[in-house]
Ligand binder design. Structure first.
Ligand SMILES: Cc1cc2nc3c(=O)[nH]c(=O)nc-3n(C[C@H](O)[C@H](O)[C@H](O)COP(=O)(O)O)c2cc1C
Length: 364
């Protein structure tokens, strides 16, 4: 049984059913997967693409220098395949030559779109002058973006925040400059760097950016976990599409529910127990196919809390999965979970369970 109550859903805006083009790339839905480093790798992307409703996926951020130096880790992060289209490879850095070379390499690796990271708040990225630090240097950032647009030969997008802090809300002016040098869309997390992941997403800040550009799509991002959140984001900001990170991880069915809402006004049936177990099964096997047994088991342990929440596998099976040591143990646990069914009522609303950095932002 699924523990859910009948809900009333808001009317979806008509633009959700209109085609969306980024540069020359036709995106099949206006609901995108936002990059979540450590979670949104190829295995996860393929798993949720199969559930439907997803427009565009973006890789975790890839260090431009590491990519041009052919470091194995950056190839893992940039990995894609024909079933993973359309997709953006996200690169970060502040050195023009590295960023243009990395963009070309990313296109060779299969990127349909190049996304430049200007939102990352963590020190490792900011101290190199990349991520959200670029938002403080309008001229340098615009030159960098113009050079990447020129080099890439595919549409280029920028993912940014509203600005460094409330005193420097640079996203409207920057977005307009970027549009003038050929950027095809902006993905905008409605918080400043100073906010980190705390406080409200500022819909008025996203609206100011929507109003500042001429015609490129602005993709709203931040704290969208439900149909109601999506509707508010679309209505308050006028954004063209929505990018969803943590909400998708907590509810992999969210894209198909949003797409159903866009067409029919409601999310359709709740995902069944079998579907939830199927997603877990596919996700694990996608990790095994890409990373091999040992690494897949280690990576999967990070995700078990969520699956525990979504499928209620019972203590014994949870214990096996959280300490997962082999593919065989996984297969045995899944067979038992399928045979037993859920050990308590399944939650209708799937809660986010993604840890974010906390404490003073200067120490991140
Ligand atoms: C664990 C984690 C990793 C993230 N990694 C990236 C990243 O690699 N690139 C990026 O542009 N944003 C990254 N973000 C930011 C998200 O893409 C997104 O902007 C933010 O989480 C707000 O959206 P949400 O509330 O839908 O998750 C990350 C966020 C989290 C929590």
């Amino acid at each position: 049984m699924i523990d859910t109550v009948p809900r009333i859903y808001p009317t979806p805006p008509a633009r959700l059913l209109e085609p969306l083009v980024i540069g020359d790339v036709l995106v099949p839905s206006r609901f995108f997967l936002a990059p979540l480093a450590g979670y949104t790798g190829l295995g996860y992307r393929l798993t949720i693409r199969g559930l439907g409703g997803l427009g565009l996926c973006t890789t975790d951020l890839v260090n431009a220098r590491s990519l041009i130096e052919n470091r194995a880790r950056s190839f893992e992060l940039a990995e894609t395949c024909p079933e993973d289209q359309p997709m953006a490879i996200q690169i970060y850095g502040s050195v023009i030559r590295e960023m243009t070379e990395a963009a070309k390499k990313a296109v060779d690796l299969g990127a349909t779109i190049i996304d430049i990271n200007m939102g990352c708040p963590v020190n490792k990225v900011v101290k190199t002058g990349g991520g959200s630090a670029l938002m403080c240097q309008a001229d340098a950032a615009t030159s960098l973006v113009a050079a990447v647009v020129e080099a890439a030969g595919v549409p280029v997008t920028v993912k940014m925040r509203l600005g460094w802090d409330d005193q420097t809300l640079s996203s409207p002016a920057l977005s307009r400059s970027f549009e003038n040098v050929g950027v095809a869309a902006i993905i905008l997390h409605g918080r400043t760097r100073a906010q980190g992941f705390k406080g409200e997403v500022q819909h008025d800040g996203i609206r100011a950016t929507v109003e500042a550009v001429n015609s490129i799509p602005i993709i709203g991002n931040g704290d969208v976990r439900t149909i109601h959140d999506a509707e508010r984001m679309l209505a308050d900001t006028g954004c063209a599409a929505i990018s969803i990170g943590r909400g998708a991880l907590s509810n992999p069915f969210l894209f198909r529910q949003l797409a159903h809402w866009a067409e029919h006004g409601d999310p359709g049936p709740e995902p069944s127990f079998e579907e939830r177990v199927d997603v877990m099964d596919q996700h694990f096997h996608a990790l095994v196919d890409r990373r091999g047994d040992r690494l897949a088991c280690l990576q999967f342990r990070k995700l078990v809390k969520w699956y525990n929440h979504a499928i209620r596998p019972g203590k014994e099976n949870y214990h096996k999965l959280i300490n997962l040591a082999s593919v065989q143990v996984f297969e045995d646990a899944v067979a038992q979970i399928r045979a037993n069914g859920p050990t308590s009522a399944l939650p209708g609303h799937l809660e986010p369970r993604v840890p974010v950095p906390s404490g003073p932002i200067d120490k991140w």
